[in-house]
Design a protein around this ligand. Structure first.
Ligand code: NAD
Ligand code: WQD
Length: 346
């Protein structure tokens, strides 16, 4: 089948990556996954296959392994571009094991850029994060909002990776064009309930903790503080449906393919709206019909009280607009949790 070209998707078996693989395929690209399954399961590939009715090629390779990456690029021949999701992402763990994070998150990008250069692959989309803004002085945050000193090694790896891409662009000697997408809080699952988030162990993030509590895996959810200077006292975030986020990668690749991008560009990818933790809980209860067992607890160290995106730049330059709301996201997260339970009981 004729496609628009091959896109290497590192971390393509993971939460966001698997959704992006589906959207790339549906947009006519040929995604090829590179993942070492350190935080994902092969079942994600089966889910992608069930949705797309296609077998997506996957190389079980560690992206910090330069030689193994070279072999992937050699084997794949003409590669149009790369989307680099592969990284560790647990903020708390990164504080305890910083070297693990610097090695994997920074090391994989450096190795990838080297191999892209060797094989003359010039288009890259990089997974960055709203964590680069720290505690912002003004809301909503635009791409011009200053990047603050990171308060975790994880956050610092995203800043360092952005700096590496900017330095490469400034060097004048590299043909690589990179788009760094600063994701806000991705939530939800594919509407088919065939792929979704698969946290290993106790979830760090709010929505999987909610769905696991509602289904009985966790006893109760603790709301980390309701004494913030926010409308209802709980933290405010910009929760974006993972399918919308996945589509942002397709438009970013399109922009690179059309040679419209500067050598390095940054985009906020969110909805432009903020929702509090308590709003998320109550919306979840409405859309799932489940009563959630939750308690109000103390603040969690390091939490940003309030952050949401100004998405003007992504709207104007990428033509990106979210199509799904918090209700759809939370409903899909619940459907996914139920489908996981049904599968495990079979
Ligand atoms: P995830 O853990 O579900 O997916 C990451 C994937 O990368 C996993 O399949 C993992 O096995 C793989 N991986 C990790 N290190 C690897 C390596 N060295 N070689 C090959 N594969 C490797 O995480 P996600 O939520 O899908 O996040 C994807 C990206 O988006 C990450 O870079 C993350 O930092 C970033 N991000 C995530 C969020 C979020 O809240 N989920 C927010 C902002 C940014
Ligand atoms: C959301 C809100 C919690 C769990 C993290 C990373 C960030 C980015 C996205 C990658 C917060 C509250 C949570 C719970 C709660 N990742 N909460 N009880 O902290 O916004 O961002 O993931 O780049 O870098 O820091 O996401 O889902 O952990 O929390 O009350 O059991 O839910 O306090 O306000 P966060 P989260």
């Amino acid at each position: 089948m004729e496609t628009k070209g091959k896109i290497v998707v590192t971390g393509g078996a993971g939460y966001i990556g698997s959704h992006a693989v589906v959207e790339l395929f549906e947009a006519g690209y040929e995604p090829v996954i590179v993942d070492n399954f350190v935080n994902s399961q092969e079942s994600a590939l089966a889910g992608v296959q069930a949705i797309t009715n296609a077998t997506i090629k996957c190389h079980s390779v560690d992206c910090t392994d330069l030689e193994a990456l070279r072999q992937v690029f050699q084997a794949e021949g003409t590669i149009l571009g790369v989307i680099h999701f592969a990284a560790y992402k647990a903020v708390g763990e990164s504080v305890k094991e910083p070297l693990k994070y610097y090695h994997n998150n920074v090391g994989s990008l450096v190795a990838l850029l080297q191999v892209m250069t060797e094989f003359k692959v010039t288009k890259l989309v990089f997974s960055s994060s709203c964590t680069v803004y720290g505690v912002p002085d003004q809301l909503p945050v635009t791409e011009a909002t200053p990047v603050k000193k990171a308060n975790s090694p994880y956050g610092n790896t995203k800043q360092i990776c952005e700096d590496i891409l900017a330095d490469l662009a400034r060097s004048g000697g590299s043909p690589i064009h990179a788009i760094a997408l600063r994701y806000f809080n991705p939530v939800g699952a594919h509407p088919s309930a065939k792929i979704g988030e698969l946290p290993l162990g106790i979830p760090n993030n709010l929505v999987p903790f909610i769905t696991q509590t509602a289904i009985g895996i966790r006893e109760k959810l603790t709301v980390f503080g309701t004494d913030y200077s926010t409308p209802d006292g709980s933290n405010v975030r910009d929760y974006i449906h993972v399918v919308d986020l996945a589509k942002a990668h397709v438009v970013a690749i399109d922009r690179l393919v059309q040679n419209k991008a500067e050598q390095i560009e940054f985009f906020n990818i969110g909805t432009g709206r903020g929702n509090s933790v308590l709003e998320v809980i109550h919306t979840f209860e409405e859309v799932s019909g489940q009563k959630l067992n939750y308690v109000i607890g103390p603040r969690r160290g390091g939490d940003v009280p309030q952050i949401y995106a100004d998405v003007t730049k992504a709207t104007q330059e990428l033509g990106f607009k979210t199509e799904l709301g918090l209700e759809e996201a939370l409903k899909s997260a619940w459907d996914w949790e139920v489908s996981l339970k049904n599968t495990s009981e079979k």
